[in-house]
Each structure stands twice: as C-alpha cells, then as structure tokens.
Ligand binder design. Structure first.
Ligand code: DHB
Ligand code: FE
Length: 282
C-alpha cells in the first residue's frame, strides 16, 4: 500500500528561483536563505520519496480569471515550467504520477470534495521554487510530483477548515492505493505577506511563529482561523497558508516536527518559513 511518510511546508517566494537560476545563491544576502535548507536537502536525499503531492497555488500563470478551480489535481504525465515575467524557469520538466493522481481524484470526489481534474497545466514558482529549495539543481527531479493547485488568488478561496479536511481525504486516498509507494505531501506559500495596497510589505513575525508552533502541535486551532483572521494578521496574501493545512491534515495527529527554519529577514517582499513533519514509524 502507498503511505504518506512526511509533510513539508515551505514559502515559495519567486525571487528565490531567480537567485538560483541566475547564479546568485552564494551571494551574502542569499546564502543564509539557502543554508536554511541544507538539513532538508540531506533529509530528503535519505528519505527518497517516490511521489510528492505538491500543494501550491497558481499565480495567474496556468489559469486566469476565465477559469478558477478551487481545488485542481494534475493528472498528466508531465508539467512544463510556466511562462512568467522572467520567462519559464530553466528547471527540469515535472513528471507526474497519473495513476495515483486519478486515484486521489476519484477517492476525494466520491468523498464529496469537488476536485477539478487537469490534464494539461504549466506550473509556476509556487511549485518549482519548493522543488529547487528541497532538491537543488538536478538534471531531473528525483521523484514524481502530483500538482494540487488551490485557488487563493480570487475571492472566495476555500476555508482553512475545508483544506484541513481535504488533507484527511487525501490521506485516505493514498492509503487505499494498491502499490507500495513512499509518498510525501508538501504545503507551500505564505508566510504573512501582502504584495499590494496600503499594507504592502507587511510581515507579522509573531503570527508566523505562532502559526509554525500550531502547525506542529495544534493544527485544529489553525483550521478554525477565518479569512478575515488571515487578512488582518497575515496580510492579503497570507491566505496562502491555508495550503499548509492540506499537508497537515494528511499527516497523523502525532506527526512530529523534525526541522524548522523561520527566516525573519525579508527575502523579497516577505520573510520565509519552512518546516518538516514526519509521521511516526516512517
Ligand atoms: C512573494 C510572492 C509570492 O507568490 C509568495 O508566495 C511570497 C512572496 C514575493 O513576491 O515576495
Ligand atoms: Fe505565492
């Protein structure tokens, strides 16, 4: 049977990809950011997941206001890096796992989640920056990736509670897939940030720290946060943090935090957060 062995949360700040792709990762302002992932890179090279379910949001790269799926799962064989203002990132093509992705789509839809099946989707920094942070710059990504896109761009996004419940449904789906696979689930985006308007540049370090603490020890409390709580405390784009709750919902309640990196210095418009949680006996 397939099993979820661990969860990873990480910011997906686009400038991190630009720094890496333009050879600036060793520059003094970038070094501490990438060093914060040294442990994670070793850890994941040791764990060798077969598949990562990568929860992220599309930033009007693959979707536009013409089509706004709340939850969309990528069931294709592969996904190309998306065209963005900097052009497509020079990173490997993302290889999917269509059989597991279709199984998750079927299982979650029959569990009454209205999941959109996507057979063609280019993937932007929301998905590729976390891959770069965890795997560096390989010729090919070392595992299959199932993109799971969540609408956090156009109101109304799903609630944090709905995301947490979806995580549980994804866990059930994975555990009923009849092949021995080591699966990880990642939640990306956040932490507190606002990219426009009067509060542009907002960073709420205290909220971010509490969010990390609760992600580890009391995710049910986070699932109760409302959209207004996110906007007030974490800025308009802080809503990306609901995607971390899909990851957390898919893990055991007793999952333990094995690594945390909270870098409070603005990396571009915002600070950065990262956590690894492992399921018991994995
Ligand atoms: C920034 C953009 C993002 O999409 C994000 O999730 C975090 C930060 C930025 O431009 O700083
Ligand atoms: Fe984002």
């Amino acid at each position: 049977m397939a099993k979820i062995i661990a969860g990873v949360a990480t910011s997906h700040i686009p400038n991190i990809g630009v720094a890496l792709d333009t050879g600036k990762a060793g520059d003094p302002q970038w070094k501490p950011v990438f060093e914060g992932y040294d442990y994670s890179k070793k850890w994941i090279a040791d764990k060798k997941p077969d598949v990562v379910i990568l929860v992220y949001n599309d930033h009007a790269s693959a979707f536009s206001l013409e089509l706004i799926p709340t939850f969309a799962i990528g069931c294709a064989n592969e996904f190309q890096p998306a065209q963005t203002v900097w052009g497509p990132r020079p990173v490997p093509v993302v290889k999917g796992h269509p059989e597991l992705a279709w199984h998750i789509a079927q299982s979650t839809i029959l569990d009454e989640f209205d999941m959109t099946v996507v057979n063609r989707m280019d993937v932007d920094h929301g998905l590729t920056v976390p891959l770069s942070l965890m795997f560096g710059q390989p010729d090919d990504w070392p595992c299959k990736v199932i993109p799971l896109a969540v609408n956090v761009v156009q109101f109304p996004p799903p609630t944090g509670n709905r995301c947490y419940s979806l995580g549980k449904a994804i866990r059930k789906a994975v555990e009923t897939f009849d092949e021995d696979l080591k699966v990880m689930i990642w939640g990306t985006g956040g932490m507190s940030h606002q990219l426009q308007g009067a509060r542009a540049g907002l960073i709420n370090a205290e909220f971010d720290k509490q969010f990390l603490d609760k992600l580890s020890a009391d995710p049910e409390a986070l699932a109760r946060l409302s959209h207004v709580d996110y906007v007030r405390e974490a800025g308009s784009e802080g809503i990306e943090l609901i995607m971390w709750l899909i990851m957390r919902g898919a893990l055991d309640t007793e999952a333990h935090e094995i690594y945390r990196f909270h870098y409070g210095v603005p990396v571009s418009n915002t600070a950065l957060g990262h956590m690894i949680l492992e399921n018991p006996r994995s």
